[in-house]
Design a protein around this ligand. Sequence first.
Ligand code: APR
Ligand code: PHB
Length: 392
Amino acid sequence: MEVLNTKVAIIGSGPAGLLLGQLLYKAGIEHVIIEQRSAEYVSARIRAGILEQVSVDLLKQAGVDQHLKEIGLPHQGIKILTGGEKHRIDLSGLTNGKQVTVYGQTEVTKDLMQARNEAGLTTFYESNDVKIHDFYEKPYVTFTQNGKQYRIDCEFIAGCDGYHGVCRASVPQNQIKTFEKVYPFGWLGILADVPPVSDELIYVQSERGFALCSMRSNTRSRYYLQVPLTDQVAEWSDERFWEELKHRLDPESRKKLVTGASIEKSIAPLRSFVTEPMRFGKLFLAGDAAHIVPPTGAKGLNLAASDIAYLSNALTEFYLNNSEQGINEYSEKCLKRVWKAERFSWWMTHLLHRFETESDFDIKIKKAELAYILGSEAGKTTLAENYVGLAY
Ligand code: APR
Ligand code: PHB
């Protein structure tokens, strides 16, 4: 067995782990990343694509915003389509000039991986049987790679290993509480090399269910449909997808919609999930390992980024200023922001989706709520303020 030593062992090389690695590197704090998948797999995963301003700022601080500056699309508004009519939410006008940036998570991951390669930092890809040990006292991580056994002694472990990871699962049951809501539908998403139907995202509330018109660039579109959880991707030919999307759109968008062959198609379930606390001795959970939001508010990656902002600051303060304050406040600070984003994502999901169990009364109330939000400056401001991202 090879025994190595580092300050921070990061488990998982999704956006959370990679961003933490990059910020620690910038601060001169030694670390390694241990990832169970291959680098090719990690860099090819397709996820959401909306960055809050604070996430863009953090990527800049990490020195990985070159490509983002070149091809990211700043958006000052979104549209909500309901009752066959589109309503614009002027994100910038309602939030003192804030905006969001359309930039795929796949690109964020690639940029971070490239910066990591250039800096020659250590990542153990394709690690098997990853285990974390003794994280209340003297933490260490064990795993095998290419048949060789490793042990990494460290001072802290960052659990950035996503919802199915090993870190949260290693915490004793009596030390952790989880909160969960599972939604009775999924999102069927497709990616296609066709120009987007609109220059801004359209969130669609319709009697046939929710839909979302998003994009990755001016020539690549991302569309989603609410579908029953029992549906299989194989049941959805491209033709069927486009037909159903057209049914959910308004006449103008239907006419403008350019269809084409899909280059990716998948169904994702929707879930709200929070772990409390997010720190256990010398183990920190961050990103999807600690919380999940349904994608309706586009908060998943942004929440992972805010956890990492708090965590990298806490570790920097610890190593550079000899202060434990950031470490002690980590969980509380993260959870404050996490629960606000959970509430917003739950609310957007509830408002815009069709639930099979809802009564005629429920439907009328939701319609009235949407009409109120869209017809009131206060209502639109509350939506805009949350969508562009709450302050850290
Ligand atoms: N050992 C090592 N690595 C692991 C293990 C394990 N036992 N289990 C999981 N991993 C890896 C996964 O292969 C993955 O690469 O941890 C990584 C977790 O990455 P993500 O799931 O992308 O989670 P995170 O980095 O927190 O990113 C959050 O991703 O799912 C979206 O909406 C979410 O946008 C948000 C972002
Ligand atoms: C996406 O482009 O994938 C996307 C955009 C906004 C969302 C969710 C997903 O709310």
